[in-house]
Ligand binder design. Structure first.
Ligand code: LER
Ligand code: MN
Length: 279
């Protein structure tokens, strides 16, 4: 499997991004740990030096599998389902402003928290319509530059819209388009799915990206999620994307990232040995 680690280009309140702060130094650290890539969390592509970021990543030999957009919700309250049409428009514009840099880095664009929540006074019918319109529009624009979008089901405590993998799959089927797929996150699936393995199987090749964290959102091995059986299913469905670490930075970012990566790689080695022994 290919592994990446989440890194924010700007300060952010969201706790499950292990790396924030000095960008160059963090890229260096993540590369030295043996990750294959870096998932960037970018609040606003217009406030970062895209050329500098691109060159730091290129020099470090780090691929960029995905760009997270959730900080526009977390830091600025932008969303596709806000009752204020200006806020909805701003949220759509923000996604469109990610497309050029995503195309340049070969990254897909994650839309998770940016869907928003059903706010008081808004009907589910309205929220659903706004969501469909926003996704259809963003996906069409992204397709013009061969950029993919990954929709992330998020647990019920963070949003009232589209919590389960099944509801997410139905949603992306309604929108349609080759460039729209799913992002599955073990932390959310542990809360919402009857069986994480079965949900991964159902998503199959519609799964474009994957977030890992344990049940307590610490690095893998700290909670009760069965990563061995998850890795088995990922191998079985021949998942070719990245597994991206989106977990809390405890006890310390570099230690957490390195331990999580090591835990998953050891499990993969053990599974490989099992296959060899079985032959
Ligand atoms: C939020 O909990 C999350 O998992 C992020 O990936 C959302 O964009
Ligand atoms: Mn996630």
């Amino acid at each position: 499997m290919k592994y990446s680690m989440c890194l924010s280009t700007n300060p952010a309140q969201f706790e499950a991004v292990p790396f924030k702060g000095d960008f160059r130094q963090n890229v260096q650290k993540i590369a030295e740990m043996g990750f294959d890539g870096i998932e960037l969390a970018i609040r606003d592509p217009n406030i970062i030096d895209q050329d500098e970021i691109y060159s730091i990543l290129e020099i470090a030999g780090m691929q960029v599998p995905a760009i997270g957009t959730g900080q526009a919700w977390g830091e600025e309250g932008l969303s596709f389902t806000d009752p204020d049409s200006k806020i909805r428009e701003k949220a759509i514009e923000r996604v469109l402003s990610h497309i050029d840099f995503a195309a340049r880095t070969g990254a897909l664009i994650i839309i998770g928290l940016l869907r928003g929540v059903v706010k008081p006074g808004v009907t589910l019918i309205d929220a659903d319509q706004w969501l469909h319109e926003a996704f259809s529009y963003c996906c069409k624009k992204a397709a013009l530059q061969d950029v993919c979008i990954a929709f992330e089901p998020i647990n019920r405590y963070e949003t009232s819209l589209l919590n389960s993998v099944r509801s997410g799959l139905k949603f992306i089927d309604e929108i349609g388009g080759e460039n729209l797929g799913m992002l599955l996150d073990t932390f959310h699936m542990n809360i919402e799915e009857p069986s994480i393995e079965e949900s991964i199987r159902i998503a199959g090749d519609r799964m474009f990206h994957f977030h890992y964290a344990d049940s307590n959102r610490l690095y893998p091995g700290c909670g009760h999620i069965d990563f061995r059986s998850i890795l088995k299913v990922l191998h079985r469905i021949d998942y070719k994307g990245f597994l991206s670490g989106e977990h809390r930075p405890d006890p310390e970012p570099a230690l957490a990232a390195a331990q999580g990566l090591r835990y998953l790689r050891v499990l993969e080695e053990e599974l490989e040995e099992e296959v060899v022994a079985f032959r």
